[in-house]
Design a protein around this ligand. Sequence first.
Ligand SMILES: *Cc1c(COP(=O)(O)O)cnc(C)c1O
Length: 482
Amino acid sequence: MANIKFYKQGEMPLELHKVRVVQKLHLVPINRRLEAIEEAGFNTFRLNTKDVFLDMLTDSGVNAMSDNQVAAMFQADDAYAGSQSFFRLQKAVEDVLGKKFLLPVHQGRAAENVICRTFVKKGSVIPTNYHFTTTLAHVMENGGVIEELYHDRALVLHSDHPFKGNMDIDKLEACIQKHGAENIPFVRMEASTNLIGGQPFSIRNMMDVRGVCDKYGIMLVLDASLLGENAYLVMKREEAWKENSMADILKMMTNLADLVYFSARKLSSSRGGGICTNRRDLYMKMEALIPLFEGFLTYGGISVREIEAMAVGLYETLDETMISQSPSFIKYMVDTLDKAGVPVITPAGVLGAHIDAGTFCAHIPQCEYPAGALAAALYLVSGVRAMERGTVSSIRDENGNDVLADAELLRLAIPRRVFTLSQINYAIDRILWLYDNREMIGGLRFTYEPPVLRFFMGGLEATSDWPERLVAKFRKDFGDSL
Ligand SMILES: *Cc1c(COP(=O)(O)O)cnc(C)c1O
């Protein structure tokens, strides 16, 4: 995808695959969308996909599989124990991620459950380049806390820094000095930091982190859920690695970690997850938890068909044309919005385009959830389902007050190989209209709030009749158009 120049079209991503199976989409009228978002408690997680046109909620478990992945699913070996499908996956993990021992789990957070139960205890401190929602929940569940050691530029939303996912090495040293190495079971690096715009870290940075870990005898854990795209951006952005293959870069990154885990709902475009390592001692500490929480050691709660798709998908991670599809669509979307003056996170990262809702909806106070409100407003005017990544996705402190998020983001995920460029252009067009009418968007408040991970099932309502007024303005401008 990368190196194709057009004669007259300017810069534009080009699909290097063809579509062979399609699913019909439904764009329901705006009055139905208003009902639907009210029924969903202004929470896009709770929408029914029969009311959703372009589903940009997530890149998790919704990526398009290749013909080879689908073909492999037919050869799956249904066996409770000793399935050949598992051994094919184990070989793929060794070939692509360079780790011999594999524990299969049903998805990424299940890996976090197993790892945190094994290594985190009351008083543990987990330094990380940035947390992910489910990681934080599992660390806290086991009595630990997270220390966010992102570097200075990580939260500068509009930037040209190529590696905003880097960890700050000085902060890591200071954190170890402060808490003591004995209270730090591991340092966690997350590839393509999900919550701060899918921003990668460099190999240089990971090597420096490894150096500090070695100095203090601390284990390094890599969350590899978004590793393929991080590796691709290393190839594009890190001078020392420009001439290397995806295979070299991936191996380099995983070699630096003692323990690697991933959500196969992203990495490998299938469903499932895994924990892998070359250290038998680490493997042995976790092994017993797999039958307890997941399933027997050769399926780990994953369908054997998905295990086959995962194995093929891991090998396809080595293919630059395959891995570049989502990042190049994201770059197109981000650059187009940026040029039009819409506040977006730059440089473009992976997994999705991220709108800076704090600036987009600067008139909405953070306690009224500007990113949540923008998610609801965008759904209303387009049928596009995006995800709030701001204070709704945060937690409350011991006094019951919202812990305000570092950034209010609206994420438009671009699942791998799913959307066409005209669909991306439709989403851009509606965002531009919404930006011109942004003053009409109002705030939200909770009506129902679950105690953990509230963003998934929480219910909210509009603080005024702004949704109705926005619909009226849409009708005025677009007439009968859906
Ligand atoms: C999605 C994700 C997870 C959790 O994986 P699930 O399969 O959704 O449970 C963990 N870490 C990162 C970085 C992720 O993107």
